[in-house]
Design a protein around this ligand. Sequence first.
Ligand code: WQD
Length: 337
Amino acid sequence: MKILVTGGLGFIGSHTVVELQNEGFDVVVIDDLSNSSIEVLDGIQAITGKKPDFEQTDLRDKAAVQNFFAKYSDVSGIIHFAASKAVGESVENPLLYYENNIGALVYLLQGLQAKPESHFIFSSSCTVYGQAEKMPITENAPIQTAMSPYGNTKQIGEEIIQDVAKVSGINSILLRYFNPIGAHESANIGELPKGTPQNLVPFITQTAIGLRQQLSVFGSDYPTPDGTCIRDYIHVVDLAKAHVTALKRLVNKANADKVEIFNLGTGKGSSVLEVINAFEKVSGQKLNYKIVDKRPGDITEAYADTDKANNVLGWKAELSLDEALASAWKWEQKIRK
Ligand code: WQD
């Protein structure tokens, strides 16, 4: 059985390909290289000794997706990462997000629908909860009206998968990520943000390495202990392993329902200032930062209730914030050599 990983040369995708190969899965990657680079294939091979099959395919091209399924007729499992994911960009260019994030999903599901039985794992996000009322956030927390077209594509994607499950042999798991950070311990793969990083940790490491002048901390008067926002930062390798656990659950038919949902986080919240302090500790470097105005659209607090992931999925995050930050710093130093 071949497993398709879309966006498999991206940040979370590449780490998941490594863990799939480590567990003996035969992987084919689709990536359009719009937010990744072909050299990531070499990084994967350097870790696992195996280079996955690779197809540079635009998933918005229905015929191209159909041709893929004709060529790889033995694909019966898909882990779907490929999507546009910049919240701010989605506000400025919503149609790019609806075409890419929804169109591609529809074509992939059409490719599976003809098969008697198949497995689909969807990269979703805690962003679907908006600012949840209660912490930690469970999978039953209400879905809030999306704060951005990006978040809306995740909500719509989940609904599409639910509808298709009722009339097909597609069994799905929706994984709602909290904040993925870090890099593989080998520093052969990691996060490669294009242009100015939107996310906190790559901006921290680029500031520490001298690529950026100064980190701007977006607000320090939130209703939190130190006034800065709280998030659940999960090591990308832990996140990748959760995908393998989810795939095995589907392949072994251990899933209780045709669509299951799991929050993937550590269950621990860390503030922006706590992340900065932890980074300074693990890197031995002072970080140049200043407090500025809040970023529109940011929520105050989000961290996961991990009971369902731990006790039903059978997965638990093992790596700490310090380990994640140390791996991110090791990666930044390596790629800037
Ligand atoms: C974290 C905290 C910022 C940058 C987003 C998406 C989510 C997922 C992860 C795709 C916030 C603060 C950040 C900076 C800062 N993406 N910050 N200075 O916004 O929680 O989540 O990325 O799946 O769906 O919504 O992550 O890393 O951007 O921000 O102070 O330069 O760091 O205000 O409090 P976020 P983030």
